[in-house]
Design a protein around this ligand. Structure first.
Ligand code: ADP
Ligand code: TYD
Length: 208
């Protein structure tokens, strides 16, 4: 079903450095001779990129919390079918910027306690979990100032503010405890090169 590849996800609050670090890890692994597929959520396949625009742009209040969970899950299913599983079947390392843990946090926490709904839908429609999840942890004040300095169209979640980002940080740390065997927590409030070296080392050791 999964093939011989390795599925690695990056998680963390907005601005924690996921996109920066995932690119660095891709370069590192390619230099070591691995076939790497770099992808992201929401998105990562043509259909899922269309859904990304629906959830991250425009008036966020046009979706109820439950509809939003369905949209993120629909995007993930398409991404799995068309990008992730085919790449794993070929033996590639798939590096994905956010995955189901982001839904557990963002949709599970931010508009009431909907974690149960998120988990049920995940178990029904997605079923796959990553082999390894790198959580880039840092104080939200640092992440928020980095995120706000970027002027992108995806402002929907970055407008959350510091209190919610603080709850997210704790939520991600709790998830790392819940799924201990696949999570590795990295301190992201350091120089880019130091963080990249840590991540390369831990992924190399997991790949054996
Ligand atoms: P994310 O994908 O988690 O939202 P990014 O990788 O896009 O985070 O980083 C957010 C911003 O912070 C970018 O402008 C990036 O260049 C910068 N940045 C990333 N990592 C660091 C770091 N370790 N120190 C300082 N700035 C960083
Ligand atoms: P993006 O611009 O990619 O942000 P970041 O660089 O911080 O990852 O936007 C992704 C946003 O979508 C981010 O704020 C988190 C949110 N999101 C969810 O709410 N649920 C999800 O399942 C996923 C994958 C992302």
């Amino acid at each position: 079903m999964r093939g011989t590849g390795t599925f690695i996800t990056f998680e963390g609050i907005d601005g924690s450095g996921k996109s920066t670090q995932i690119k660095r890890l891709a370069e590192h692994l390619r230099t070591s001779g691995h076939e790497v597929v770099l992808t992201r959520e929401p998105g990562g396949s043509p259909g899922a990129e269309e859904i990304r625009a629906l959830v991250l742009q425009g008036d966020p209040d046009r979706w109820s919390a439950e509809t939003e969970i369905l949209l993120f899950t629909a995007a993930r299913r398409d991404h799995l079918e068309r990008t992730i599983l085919p790449a794993l079947a070929k033996g590639s390392i798939v590096l994905c910027d956010r995955f189901a843990d982001s839904t557990r946090m963002y949709q599970g926490l931010s508009r009431g306690d909907l974690r149960g709904v998120v988990d049920k839908l995940h178990n029904l429609i997605i079923t796959h979990e990553p082999d390894l999840t790198v959580l880039i942890d840092m104080d939200p004040a640092v992440g928020l100032s980095r995120a706000l300095s970027r002027q992108t169209a995806d402002e929907r979640f970055e407008a959350f503010g510091e209190d919610l980002q603080r709850a997210m940080r704790q939520g991600f740390l709790d998830l790392a405890q819940e799924f201990k065997s696949r999570f590795r927590v990295v301190d992201g409030a350091r120089d880019i090169d130091l963080v990249a070296t840590d991540i390369a080392r831990l992924v190399d050791s997991e790949l054996g």
